[in-house]
Structure formats: C-alpha cells, structure tokens
Design a protein around this ligand. Structure first.
Ligand code: FES
Length: 66
C-alpha cells in the first residue's frame, strides 16, 4: 500500500528505511523521497516511525471523513 502518493512510496519501502537506521521523518524522506512532495504523508511516516502497528494502525490515528 502506498503511503506517499506523490512519489509512489510504499509502507514496505518506508519500513526498509527505518530498518536501515532512519529515525526521523527527514531521514525517511532522504532515504525514500517520501514526504518530499505535498507533505501530506509526513504525519503517517511519523506514526510508522513510532511503530503504531503498521499502516493500518497509523491510519487508525487519522481523522476519517463521514
Ligand atoms: S503524499 Fe507524500 S509528499 Fe505528497
């Protein structure tokens, strides 16, 4: 599943960056380019960095539209 729609970066690619040592949104962005477009995915990247149960868990923390 894509986390960053602007750059087409998947959750798996972001997790690879975290596994390789990225510890901040900026470091994940340097590694994957995710978050370098509109910036709308940066909060989700931050949640993945906090390891909140994968993308589904990260999305659970976001507001939902009706
Ligand atoms: S969705 Fe990631 S930068 Fe726009």
């Amino acid at each position: 599943m894509f986390v960053c729609m602007c750059i087409a970066v998947t959750e798996h690619e972001i997790r690879e960056c975290i596994h390789a040592g990225a510890r901040t949104v900026e470091e994940v962005s340097e590694c994957s380019m995710a978050g370098t477009g509109c910036g709308g995915c940066r909060e989700t990247i931050a949640m993945l960095l906090e390891n909140k149960g994968g993308l589904a868990g990260a999305l659970d923390g976001l507001p939902r539209s009706a």
